[in-house]
Design a binder for this molecule. Structure first.
Ligand code: THU
Length: 146
């Protein structure tokens, strides 16, 4: 169980970014040449990674964030606390902050408290921007409406 406050836990935030960077080269993006990796911390304390995996039928591609979150869901996780994302054009990693697409923000919303969950958009473990999900997806629609 993760029992700290992720907003003030610099060590875990650093670890999350490092885990994402660790798998970035596994990104499969032969069409866009834009590689993305994500690492998601759930309340079990476990971190799940994901990369974008593209497809010759472009619409069948999946983003790094959703890959990480869906893997976690398959392992029984339901409460998302934080997610780090890194990415960039091939050979250009670390020069820009990659922010999650709208669909991935909505998928995060399914498993997170938008005011508490944090998203780290990183260039490196020492250089990242931090947002709450509510900042990235204001006035959002979620499971409690249904
Ligand atoms: N992509 C992600 O994996 N996550 C994001 O947050 C932004 C976009 C992927 C989708 C596609 O494979 C490539 O980046 C270019 O859009």
């Amino acid at each position: 169980m993760y029992s700290k406050d992720i907003r003030t836990d610099a060590e875990t935030k650093r670890l999350l970014v490092e885990k994402a960077i660790e798998v970035l080269l596994n990104s499969y993006a032969p069409y866009s040449h834009y590689n993305v990796a994500a690492a998601a911390l759930f309340d079990s304390g476990k971190i799940y990674t994901g990369v974008n995996v593209e497809n010759a039928s472009y619409g069948a591609s999946i983003c790094a964030e959703r890959n990480a979150i869906f893997h976690a869901a398959a392992e029984g996780e339901r409460k998302l606390l934080a997610l780090a994302v890194v990415g960039g054009r091939k050979g250009n990693y670390g020069s820009e902050y990659c922010t999650p697409c709208g669909i991935c923000r909505q998928v995060m919303r399914e498993f997170a408290d938008p005011e508490k969950m944090i998203v780290l958009c990183a260039k490196s473990a020492d250089d990242y921007k931090e947002y709450t999900l509510a900042e990235l997806l204001p006035q959002s629609f979620g499971p409690e409406y249904l």
